[in-house]
Each structure stands twice: as structure tokens, then as C-alpha cells.
Ligand binder design. Structure first.
Ligand SMILES: Cc1cc2nc3c(=O)[nH]c(=O)nc-3n(C[C@H](O)[C@H](O)[C@H](O)COP(=O)(O)O)c2cc1C
Ligand SMILES: [Mn+2]
Length: 453
């Protein structure tokens, strides 16, 4: 059964002993982020901060900081995730509108709304303020009426004011431009603390016009239940912890940033659209969900990884049937692909295709005997199966919308491919193998009690 909401997922993590409660008081300024940083760096548990200084609401953090938790959210193993995601996205489920839902147990409208009551963390030392980083922003296209749902960061500007970043190519950015062309306001609803599949579904690169909430329904195998918002003409996931409703006025901009971004660097401040908040609804005793962004690897990266990898995999597989797996580590500037080549230099065609599809900085292709999630093994293949002179390809001057700080000219990069496959059809030294390693028990298991009988 798919998880109904964040609470059910936390309860599941409790069963797995993968959620740590922090009973000691923590500060929203840096301290929550520091804890999430540490757990992210050590593949540690999800965190539930029970006592936040100056606030009466708990904060969940680092929920998606490990791939194991993302896979638990999707209720599948690594080997099954591609099929699951492809099936889910190809079979979107229409939403189920219900008349009332837990996210509206408490309703606050107009001047009574005070977002400063939410324990929104300040993450990195140069950040310009508190940022909501795990809000699913729901909006409708002013031209087509099509719904969009994705995570965009929101800077707290005042009790009823938020700055919003949606880079131009992102769908909210396009909708804002379309509303501005018509001199219209754009309504938005922000759902914080959603069921975990929904968070992952928003990271699937759905084409413009495809509602990510229906993709979440496809992935869950049951429709996402939504309720009508109170002050805007939108629907939001019924089981969210907190919902913020508001409007973006055309042409209004205010400085936002700097912010410690997913590249691991700060992005400078520049003017961004503003959301004027019209209502906040929430559950009884809501949990605020924070997600860390910064140096890889954080939950920002993990949330994007699986949907991106699956999407590249299924596109490549159509052209190159020998593709085994695609891994997009860290900030998404590079990828590792494993494959069984069916012709000479096929790996190089894969590199060229991938550099054209969106991974612009570096693509490494290895044989299908390499575990691409083990980067040490990948580097072993690179250093023992490739010769830089022949096997490194460099494509100068590719268009690249990423925030890569090393770009000399904004939006332009060069791309590198490393063909680390053994030469096709030729003999190559055999890899050393020790039989029976799989049969040795898990030596890290505490259940062994210090002795293998
Ligand atoms: C934690 C987190 C924070 C994100 N913040 C932003 C953001 O501030 N602005 C943005 O444009 N995309 C952000 N993204 C990426 C978008 O959510 C993602 O690219 C999404 O697929 C875009 O959907 P769209 O194609 O409907 O625009 C974030 C992703 C995650 C996981
Ligand atoms: Mn979209």
C-alpha cells in the first residue's frame, strides 16, 4: 500500500529504525541545517526536531537524504525502480477531488496569516533569509488551464510575502511569463509535507502540460486525493501537512538570494517574483518539512536522481538496447552509464547522445560488469580500461543552462566523454574474481554477536 502522507512514512522509518528524534532544543538558524548536513554526509537517519527554539511546531529534515529512503518511499528495490517509474509516468491517474481533507483541519485567511510562525530554517551562512525548500507549488497555466506541480524554493519576506525562484525554462516560470503577458495574476498553492511519492513525482521531467500530481497517482497506483483551496481556484493534495495559498502579481519583482545552491556554491541575489499570501491551512499539530540544499549529496540531489536516471535510461535504451543502467551522481553535471556494446565504438555514440540530452559536463561509459553506484569501481574502470589520448572526447561550446560556476561564458560549457569500455571484439585481460564472496554473511551486521558460528 502506498504511503498516504508524510506521517505514515515517518512511522515506517521508525519501524526501520531510520528516523532519529532530536528532543534537545535546536535553532532554525543554521542548527537544523547542520544536523541535516551531518546525517546526509554519513548516510544517517531522517531527523525529527521536536523542540525548535521560538516555535511550537516540529520539523522533519533529511527525509530524502539517502537513496534507501527514496526507494522505500517508492516501495521498490533499485532493480525495480526503472520499470516502476516508467509504468507510473506512462499511466498517470486522474486526481480524486474530495470535499474535505486533513490539510484544511485549521484554516487561517487574510491578515490573520503569519508565516513567521512556521519554523522555516536558515540553511547556509550567506543565505539572505529563511527558505521554504520542500514546498510543492501547484499552479495552472493561464493559456491552457493545465495544472503543474513542482518544488520551487520560496524566501520568507514577511508574514504574508514570499519570493519565488522558478528558472525561466521551468514550468512555473513559463506560467508566470504567460500570466504577465496578459497582465493577469497567477494563483499558486504550496503544499508542504506531502506523501513521499508526490515529492519524487514532481522531479520527473514531465513535459509542459502534464500534471505531476497525476504522475504521482500513476506511481502510487491510486489517485492523489485533492481538496479545493479556500482563497484560490486550485486543488491541493489533501494529506499535506501545511498549505499556503497566494497570488503572484504581474511585473512585481524583489531581490531574492544569495542562497547556497545544489551546486555547492552560492548564487547571487537578483530580483524575483513575489507571492502575496491569502491563506494558510494546516493539519492539527502539523509537521513542517525542511529539505537541505547545498554541496552534494543532499536530499535535493537524491530527489532528482531517481527520476532523472530513469528518464535518461528509458530514452537511451530505445536507441541503444545494450544500456544497463544510468547513474547521475551529485549535482547532475555528470553521469555514468553501464552497457554491453553491440558494435565498435558504440559507447561513443552513447556519449554524444547523452551530452545532447542534458548531461553537459561529463559522461563516463563503462562495461556492464561495473557497479556504477560504486564510484571507486567506476574510477577503476576509467583508469584501467581507457587511454586518455584515444578515449576522451571533448565537445567544445555546448549550451548549458545549469548553474555550473566554472562556466567562462554564462550558459556555455564544453562537454567531456570518457569511453572506459574494453575494446569491442578484442581480447582484454580478465578481471580477478574470488568465488563465493556473495555467500559470506554481512560482516557489519550487529546480529552476528561478534562471532560467526
Ligand atoms: C529540494 C528541491 C528544491 C528545488 N528548488 C527549485 C527552485 O528553487 N527553482 C527551480 O526552478 N527548481 C527547483 N527544483 C527543481 C524542480 O523542482 C524540478 O526541476 C522540477 O522537475 C521542475 O518541474 P517543472 O518542469 O514543472 O518546472 C528543486 C528541486 C528539489 C528537489
Ligand atoms: Mn511541470
Amino acid at each position: 500500500m502506498p504511503f498516504e502522507d508524510l506521517r505514515q512514512f515517518i512511522a515506517f522509518l521508525d519501524e526501520k529504525e531510520d528516523c532519529l528524534r532530536i528532543a534537545q532544543q535546536v535553532d532554525v538558524k543554521y542548527e537544523i541545517a547542520a544536523y541535516i548536513r551531518k546525517t546526509s554526509d554519513t548516510q544517517g537517519p531522517a531527523l525529527l526536531f521536536q523542540k525548535v527554539k521560538g516555535f511550537d511546531m516540529p520539523v522533519a529534515g533529511g527525509i530524502y537524504a539517502t537513496r534507501r529512503r527514496a526507494l522505500w518511499a517508492l516501495e521498490c528495490r533499485q532493480e525495480e525502480v526503472t520499470d516502476k517509474f516508467v509504468h507510473g509516468s506512462e499511466n498517470p491517474a486522474p486526481l480524486k477531488l474530495i470535499s474535505s481533507g486533513p490539510c484544511q483541519e485549521c484554516v487561517i485567511t487574510g491578515d490573520a496569516v503569519d508565516l513567521t510562525r512556521l519554523p522555516i530554517p536558515i540553511f547556509s551562512d550567506r543565505d539572505s533569509g529563511p527558505f521554504i525548500t520542500c514546498g510543492v507549488v501547484v499552479s495552472k497555466d493561464p493559456e491552457t488551464g493545465g495544472r503543474n506541480a513542482a518544488i520551487y524554493r520560496l524566501e520568507l519576506k514577511g508574514p504574508r510575502r514570499l519570493g519565488v525562484l522558478s528558472v525561466a525554462r521551468q514550468h512555473l516560470g513559463l506560467q508566470i511569463s504567460r500570466a504577465e503577458e496578459r497582465n493577469q495574476t497567477l494563483e499558486v498553492a504550496i503544499a508542504i509535507g506531502c506523501d513521499p511519492v508526490l515529492a519524487l513525482a514532481t522531479q520527473w521531467r514531465a513535459p509542459l502540460g502534464v500534471d505531476e500530481l497525476t504522475v504521482a497517482g500513476g506511481l502510487r497506483g491510486s489517485p492523489v486525493e485533492v481538496v479545493k483551496c479556500r482563497t484560490v481556484d486550485l486543488e491541493v493534495p489533501a494529506t499535506a501537512e501545511i498549505v499556503i495559498e497566494g497570488k503572484i502579481s504581474p511585473g512585481v519583482r524583489e531581490m531574492e538570494g544569495p542562497f547556497g545552491e545544489y551546486t555547492g556554491y552560492y548564487t547571487p541575489p537578483y530580483p524575483k517574483p513575489i507571492i502575496d499570501v491569502t491563506a494558510m491551512t494546516h493539519r492539527h499539530n502539523p509537521i513542517y518539512q525542511a529539505a537541505l540544499t547545498g554541496m552534494p549529496t543532499t536530499e535535493n540531489h537524491i530527489l532528482k536522481q531517481i527520476p532523472q536516471e530513469v528518464s535518461y535510461y528509458s530514452q537511451l535504451k530505445k536507441i541503444f538496447p545494450g544500456i544497463k543502467a544510468v547513474h547521475v551522481p551529485g549535482e547532475g553535471l555528470w553521469a555514468v552509464i553501464s552497457m554491453k556494446q553491440s558494435s565498435k565504438y558504440e559507447a561513443r555514440s552513447v556519449i554524444a547522445t547523452m551530452l545532447g540530452m542534458g548531461i553537459r559536463k561529463m559522461v563516463v561509459v563503462v562495461d556492464d560488469d561495473i557497479d556504477i553506484y560504486n564510484l571507486e569501481e567506476v574510477m577503476w574502470a576509467v583508469t584501467t580500461r581507457s587511454q586518455p589520448q584515444e578515449d576522451v572526447m571533448i565537445l567544445p561550446r555546448l549550451s548549458d543552462p545549469s548553474l555550473d560556476p566554472s562556466q567562462k561564458e554564462r550558459g556555455v560549457t564544453s562537454g567531456m566523454g570518457i569511453d572506459a569500455t574494453r575494446p569491442f571484439g578484442e581480447s582484454f585481460p580478465e578481471k580477478v574474481v574470488i568465488p563465493g564472496v556473495k555467500n559470506v554473511p554481512d560482516l557489519l551486521s550487529k546480529n552476528l554477536g561478534g562471532v560467526i558460528q
